[in-house]
Design a protein around this ligand. Structure first.
Ligand SMILES: Cc1ncc(COP(=O)(O)O)c(C=O)c1O
Length: 383
């Protein structure tokens, strides 16, 4: 039986949280070393290809900063908070008043839901897409309209526009999209935004920005902003920077919008350790480029292996791949789970597709060995 992603993550909770410390290559008499024996290990034998994390990160330099920051855990992160906001503003050439930090970009999505949605208001999103905003929209008593992706797995912007009305106060665009790793063309997005009602805000989730850079179809709405008050861009440190376990994301928007959202974040929502790690991660440009290069190689190898098996995944612009198995995804997921590999949950309505986060080469070799022993044909006989 499959449990929900949330329920499943909860069941793994203890070991996942502790694992961050366990993985650090700690030196000398670090306090975490002393604690290690009493902590459950993340190393439970499962290969994790289920959460689109950076399989290699964080970088060595970031790990060093992390180890040396633990001693300041008794202090609130108030001083560091502004420093990090300024640092991020600097990277993006925006004003600090245009940046809002969140406990993961998930907090930013929650805040957007409570700032812009509510009873009688409506969110329009793609289907399938990343589910956090929908979850919080419903919690805020909003209606949610989901519009199927196009046959090329782009957002169906015409369809979304056609369903929008004065009560549509928020549109969610995930680009590249999770779970499909596909892009929606920049010019089409600009066209949509220009046609949406003046009362409609647009969240553009760029969690996978760094993996999309090569495509001419793509440009970040932070790097190439529109002169447009209604656009809110979200980013995260959970992906290319390899800091998913420390929870940090942010929004870039106009000062007015940031002020509106600020009211809904938790006081002191950012921990004192991640502020330092994030600054180090932003400085370590070489490591980011290296992570991107490795992802490009791992992604190419995934496609080579898939093609060799007559499978054709959806073109990927992220650190994960979605692929049609022509078989109920739940059963495929169970097969991998039995073989100690976690892949993404089912993503209805794409019920025969699996989402596979790219792991390290040796993990991916195990993935393909496990694929090869699936007890049924792995591709369509009639397409
Ligand atoms: C598209 C997208 N947005 C946001 C998130 C949330 O990331 P976090 O809260 O770790 O920043 C994820 C995580 O998988 C994601 O795929």
């Amino acid at each position: 039986m499959l449990t929900s992603r949330r329920g499943f993550l909860r069941s793994l909770g203890a070991s996942t949280a502790a694992g961050v410390a366990v993985r650090w290559p700690l030196t000398g008499a670090s306090p975490a070393v002393t604690l290690e024996p009493s902590r459950p290990k993340l190393d439970d034998g499962f290969i994790r290809l289920n959460s689109n994390e950076n399989a290699y990160g964080p970088s060595t330099k970031v790990v060093e900063i992390l180890s040396s920051s633990i001693g300041s855990a008794n202090r609130y992160p108030r001083m560091e908070y502004n420093g990090l906001v300024e640092r991020i503003a600097d990277v993006h050439k925006v004003k600090p008043e245009q940046v809002l930090l969140g406990c993961g970009s998930t907090e930013i999505l929650r805040v957007a839901a409570f700032a812009f949605l509510g009873s009688g208001k409506q969110l329009i999103q793609a289907s399938p897409t990343f589910g956090a905003l929908e979850h919080y929209a419903r919690t805020a008593a909003s209606e949610v309209i989901s519009v199927r992706l196009t046959p090329t797995f782009a957002h169906d912007l015409a369809g979304m526009l056609a369903l929008s009305s004065a009560s549509t106060t928020l549109v969610y665009i995930c680009n590249p999209n999770n779970p499909t790793a596909s892009l929606t063309p920049r010019k089409d997005l600009e066209n949509l935004i220009s046609k949406l009602p003046a009362s409609t805000f647009v969240v553009i989730d760029e969690a996978y920005h760094h993996y999309a850079g090569q495509s001419g179809m793509y440009a970040s709405f932070i790097d190439r902003p529109l002169d447009e008050e209604r656009v809110i861009v979200t980013r995260t440190f959970s992906k290319v920077y390899g800091l998913a376990g420390l929870r940090l994301g942010y929004a870039v928007a106009s000062p007015k919008i940031i002020q509106q959202m600020q009211k809904f974040v938790t006081e002191d929502n950012i921990n004192a350790i991640v502020t330092r790690a994030a600054a180090a991660a932003l400085d370590d440009v070489e490591a980011v480029n290296d992570f991107i290069r490795r992802n490009t190689d791992d992604r190419q190898e995934f496609f080579n292996q898939a093609m060799a098996r007559a499978s054709k995944p959806i073109d990927s612009h992220a650190n994960f791949v979605m692929m049609n198995t022509f078989h109920p995804a739940e059963e495929v997921i169970q097969h991998f789970r039995k073989n100690k590999i976690l892949i993404g949950r089912p993503f209805p309505p794409m019920d025969s597709y699996i989402r596979v986060s790219l792991g390290r080469p040796e993990e991916m070799r195990t993935f393909w060995q496990t694929w090869d022993i699936l007890p049924y044909p792995k591709h369509s006989m009639h397409h």
